[in-house]
Design a protein around this ligand. Structure first.
Ligand code: ADP
Ligand code: MG
Length: 575
């Protein structure tokens, strides 16, 4: 039933890019739409949010555009500026190995002159909001005569936002004979009207939901920020100390990244995904079965073959694509009549998708707060005291009793001795006042202002100062790889990521140029920038993981001495 991208007649360049993006299999809407859209037919595509509709129309659209021709060939309409940017980011990733294709997002709020200049250079693919696209059409800075394909993305949202007239205006002005593709999560009457009017004998591709039953598993979700997921996961692991825990990520790359982070925090974790050789997979599975491994991080595809019965906890580190996948994942625990728990992390708007999952599976997924450091400390003390009691019961203490007796005869109080020993045993855990509460307030309760601020990478509430100072200190300690299992809470957050920048010694770039460029263009404090390694043609820069997306997005147009700077995540994160 699942389809590999290789089976979808995609060009080798795009296939390679899809692999780099870490997608292992096509989602249902992708496997059903890609070839039809590529064939030139008009398509009406429906599947719920988060099911990969962007690539479903993006891949075939990019295949249809002629690299040799500089004129406008594809127009994608999106409801908001954020979505226009997101879609162009995804297009750019898909285009990684295709030269000569230019994508430009255009939306209101950005100076129109700048867009006009960019359009003049020759752009084959425009991704824009209807209002701004109309504006350019009127000015004749966007010429529709050569457009081969028009995509209406998130059509239901565009209609909700009152863009119907603009959309119709645009569609009427594009010469007949072009292909029209419409994607939407829902199919209200208005969409069917539009379809009827503007699509020519469309193929209706619809991904329906299956009836699903949920096994009896405790299901809990936590609202966190993306960059706090790792911290949240370690707290859950430390609180529950599962013997076998299965963690799901949506991409292979995320699996690798998470495994590396877990290992550096001292957990016995390994990853499982489609890129591993059979022998590697076997070896990982063997370790998991015989408990030398406590955490297995996997993609959905890789996890399909797992036949381990007593997994205590399943963690959805990333929210699954759809409810079917959710059921599959959590069904890995609570097997054979045992009890099991499933934790799901959600970020911002994902709450809506989670609600869909709950609705269609009838699952009760309960919101909980992440444990604070003092909750974990309490649990650790309880656990320690249990061990203490057991040790006393075992009675083989003569040697130690003698030591204590010596101290008592030196006038020390037994109660003081015991308390001091306890303090020494638990001390590591006491120095954690720097750890913030990483719970997010429920998305729906947050004001739009706050949400906007968060999205822009500005920090409203959760104490940016302390997070920053922690991350700054982190840089001095980054290389200390503390594997002491008693100290699972490293003193600093080591969530550092490495960026690749396409300028180096040959461009006469200096470290201060890099710091300056990132600080000015991306608006992040210069002091968060870590080590900078300048090579002949490129540079590596370390920055706290939480800033990476922001920096990449904001530096899309940055230049250094006339060279366009290209910043992306470094491929090999090991040094
Ligand atoms: P939609 O438009 O249906 O809401 P998106 O296209 O925004 O969904 O995709 C949601 C997320 O899923 C994105 O982060 C995207 O990169 C990811 N994604 C898309 N296709 C796949 C796939 N085949 N495998 C894994 N992740 C995918
Ligand atoms: Mg979408």
């Amino acid at each position: 039933m699942k389809t590999k991208f290789e089976e979808l007649n995609i060009s080798p360049e795009i296939l390679r890019a899809v692999q780099d993006m870490g997608f292992e299999e096509a989602t249902p809407i992708q496997s059903q739409s890609i070839e039809i859209v590529k064939s030139g037919r008009d398509v009406l595509g429906q599947s719920q949010t988060g099911t990969g509709k962007t690539a479903a129309f993006g891949i075939p659209t990019l295949e249809l555009v002629d690299q040799e021709d500089r004129c406008l060939q594809a127009l994608v309409l999106c409801p908001t500026r954020e979505l226009a940017i997101q879609v162009s980011e995804e297009f750019r990733k898909l285009l990684k190995y295709k030269d000569g294709l230019r994508v430009l997002p255009i939306y209101g709020g950005q100076p129109i002159e700048r867009q006009i200049l960019a359009l003049r250079k020759g752009v084959q693919i425009v991704i824009g909001t209807p209002g701004r696209v109309m504006d350019h059409m009127r000015r004749r800075t966007l010429k529709m005569e050569t457009v081969k394909i028009v995509v209406l993305d998130e059509a239901d949202e565009m209609l909700d936002m009152g863009f119907r007239e603009d959309i119709e205006d645009i569609l009427q002005k594009i010469p007949i004979g072009h292909q029209t593709v419409l994607f939407s999560a829902t199919m209200p009457k208005e969409i069917l009207e539009l379809t009827h009017e503007y699509l020519n004998d469309p193929v209706f591709v619809r991904v329906t939901r299956k009836e699903l039953t949920v096994p009896s598993i405790d299901q809990v979700y936590f609202e966190v920020r993306e960059h706090n997921k790792m911290e949240a996961l370690s707290r859950m692991l430390d609180l529950h100390t599962p013997e076998l825990c299965l963690v799901f990520c949506n991409t292979k790359r995320k699996v690798d990244e998470l495994v590396e982070k877990l290992q550096s925090r001292g957990y016995f974790a390994e990853g499982l995904h489609g890129d591993l050789k059979q022998t590697q997979r076997d070896s990982v599975m063997k370790k998991f079965r015989n408990r030398t491994l406590e955490i297995l991080v996997a993609t959905d595809v890789a996890a399909r073959g797992i036949d381990v019965d007593d997994i205590d906890i399943v963690v959805n580190y990333d929210l699954p694509q759809d409810e079917e996948q959710y059921i599959h994942r959590i069904g890995r625990t609570g097997r054979a009549g045992r009890s099991g728990t499933a934790f799901t992390f959600i970020v911002g708007r994902e709450i809506y998708k989670l609600r869909d999952i709950m609705r269609y599976t009838n699952a009760k997924i309960i919101r909980q707060k992440l444990p604070t450091m003092s909750d974990i400390e309490d649990v650790k003390i309880k656990r320690f005291i249990e061990q203490l009691k057991e040790t006393i019961q075992e009675e083989r203490l003569t040697k130690y009793i003698n030591i204590v007796e010596n101290m008592v005869s030196d006038d020390y109080d037994t109660l003081d001795i015991a308390a001091a020993l306890l303090k020494l045993s638990l001390q590591d855990d006491e120095e954690h006042e720097s750890y913030d509460d990483i719970n997010e307030r429920p998305f729906r309760e947050r004001s739009s202002r706050e949400i906007r601020d968060n999205r822009d990478g500005r920090n409203g509430r959760n104490g940016r100062e302390s997070r920053l100072s922690r991350e700054t200190r982190d840089f001095g300690n980054r290389d200390r790889n503390d594997r002491d299992r008693g100290d699972r809470y490293p003193k600093y957050n080591r969530d550092t990521e490495r960026l690749f920048v396409n300028v180096g010694k040959n461009h006469r770039v200096r470290p201060q140029d890099i710091v300056g460029a990132i600080a000015n263009e991306a608006g992040v404090p210069g002091r968060i920038i870590g080590s900078i390694d300048i090579y002949d043609d490129f540079t590596f820069v370390d920055v706290p993981g939480g800033y990476v997306d922001d920096i990449i997005i904001k530096m899309r147009h940055a230049t250094f001495k006339g060279t366009k700077m290209n910043i992306e995540r470094a491929k090999d994160r090991r040094r």
